[in-house]
Write a protein that binds this ligand. Sequence first.
Ligand code: DQA
Length: 154
Amino acid sequence: MAACNLLVLHGPNLNMLGQREPALYGHQTLAEINQLLETRAAELEATVELFQSNSEGALIDKVQEACSRIDGILINPGAFTHYSYALRDALAAAGLPLIEVHLSNIFAREPFRRRSVIAPEASGLLCGLGADSYLLGLEALVNVIKKQRGKNYE
Ligand code: DQA
């Protein structure tokens, strides 16, 4: 089976991990989480392209630019989760397997965080597990892609 080429997107303020509200988001930096993702991807025989932006437009541009050469997307949309219809539309247009992740449990926080406008486009959502949300999400994404490939071969 061909390798999975995955795009990992981190939304706004996630570049501040490690310093940003550690009681909520933990002490790991984004660089550390990215390192864990690269290691896990290699174990799963997948490649990962890692991208963070604080800008909605830059995330959308990345989805549009990458969608023809990747097999799936893992995204932590940060606060865009709760209101970015533009990012949701870009992900829908890409038409690729999608997993949404959050470090914190968005359902146990303020009411505005309990709704994701991205989630209806995703195969699944993992949250509340810190960096494990990303690592389990990566594994889930590879499984979704493999299942889809299996179906196409049936
Ligand atoms: C977050 C949750 C969002 O509500 C918040 O705006 C973030 C981080 C998380 O990973 O827990 O920036 O996506």
